[in-house]
Design a binder for this molecule. Sequence first.
Ligand SMILES: Nc1nc2c(ncn2[C@@H]2O[C@H](COP(=O)(O)OP(=O)(O)OP(=O)(O)O)[C@@H](O)[C@H]2O)c(=O)[nH]1
Ligand SMILES: C[S@@+](CC[C@H](N)C(=O)[O-])C[C@H]1O[C@@H](n2cnc3c(N)ncnc32)[C@H](O)[C@@H]1O
Ligand code: SF4
Ligand code: SF4
Length: 324
Amino acid sequence: MLVDGFGREVSQVRVSLTDRCNFDCIYCHNEGLGDTRGPMAPREDELSADAVIRFLEVAAEFDVEKVKFTGGEPMLREDLEEIVRRTPDAITPSLTTNGTYLPERADALRAAGLERVNVSQDALDPAAFREITKSGAYNEVIEGVKAAVEADLTPVKLNMVVFDRTVEHVPEMVDYVAENDGLRLQLIEYMPELVERPEWAIDIDRVHDWLAERADRVEVREMHHRNRYYVNGGMVEIVDPVENEDFCANCHRVRVTPDGKLKGCLNRTDDLRSMGGLSKDEIRTAFRETVENRVPYYGEYKVQNEDDEWVQNERYVETPLPSD
Ligand SMILES: Nc1nc2c(ncn2[C@@H]2O[C@H](COP(=O)(O)OP(=O)(O)OP(=O)(O)O)[C@@H](O)[C@H]2O)c(=O)[nH]1
Ligand SMILES: C[S@@+](CC[C@H](N)C(=O)[O-])C[C@H]1O[C@@H](n2cnc3c(N)ncnc32)[C@H](O)[C@@H]1O
Ligand code: SF4
Ligand code: SF4
């Protein structure tokens, strides 16, 4: 397994299959790749299924264990089932989706070898859902989650972004996963870094404290050192990357953009590295270089000054990398 200069093994890759999306969530960071809005038709520069598989075959050579397919909305890719089916056996595939297309495709994805799915669900009420996602597909998402559980794509993790519009609904979501078999909840701290609305952020420590008071048991996951709280038989995990050195120090993920570039960190756009014509040799070289150049975002790329503000580490001011 490849290890970066900070002792972080790269055991997982996250492949963004498209920038396109049928929703327009008000908080969307699009995995650090800009806007998802625009035409819904397939884009010519999206990685082909063959290219994704060639990349995953190289990742398997480097002992990568897991792949997450994401986006944009990865289920807009008609060839998603094919990509999952052709994923090398050594790599476990999972998916993060807004859930709209799961009712008709959950069974086929399971049959193709998908292990489990995360579904974004920020509200249990159609009006709040519409306000956040700018979509009227509330029922499709509810049905999609059911279809995923029935297809055994479990545990189905519901991803809820916690910010000022959703924080009051956390208790009902915690009850919801406790009452429904096959579900878990991921409370994702709203990341303002790439969205430019800092005023939406809330203090995630309040949510930690609230859960800690109610939990029968708390675990710390190795990945990102995230806390998992067991509340009334349900499991709730907090994903809290903002200004969190411990989270970044335990980050084992490399990303791939829809147009075939490697990305060492979600929050950075200055470290994209092309995989060239996507021959296996070019992919191997780019993967090695990406891992060599990865640094923890908080604690290294950004450091705290004497006033405790996070500022860019001067070491990285002059480090734009070749992206083409
Ligand atoms: N900053 C940062 N945020 C992350 C990272 N991984 C996940 N997140 C946040 O969590 C969101 C949901 O990611 P998912 O892939 O659905 O969930 P996950 O918890 O990472 O994945 P699994 O638990 O392994 O299924 C991402 O879009 C980010 O907002 C990371 O490495 N860095
Ligand atoms: C970018 S979406 C891509 C996959 C799919 N379209 C979906 O919504 O699940 C992946 C995850 O990022 C989360 N996300 C997007 N913008 C975010 C932000 N600013 N802060 C925290 N999480 C965010 C979403 O809630 C979703 O769970
Ligand atoms: S569904 Fe996912 S990709 Fe689409 S806008 Fe919402 S968070 Fe972004
Ligand atoms: S280094 Fe930190 S911000 Fe960057 S991807 Fe890893 S956990 Fe996220």
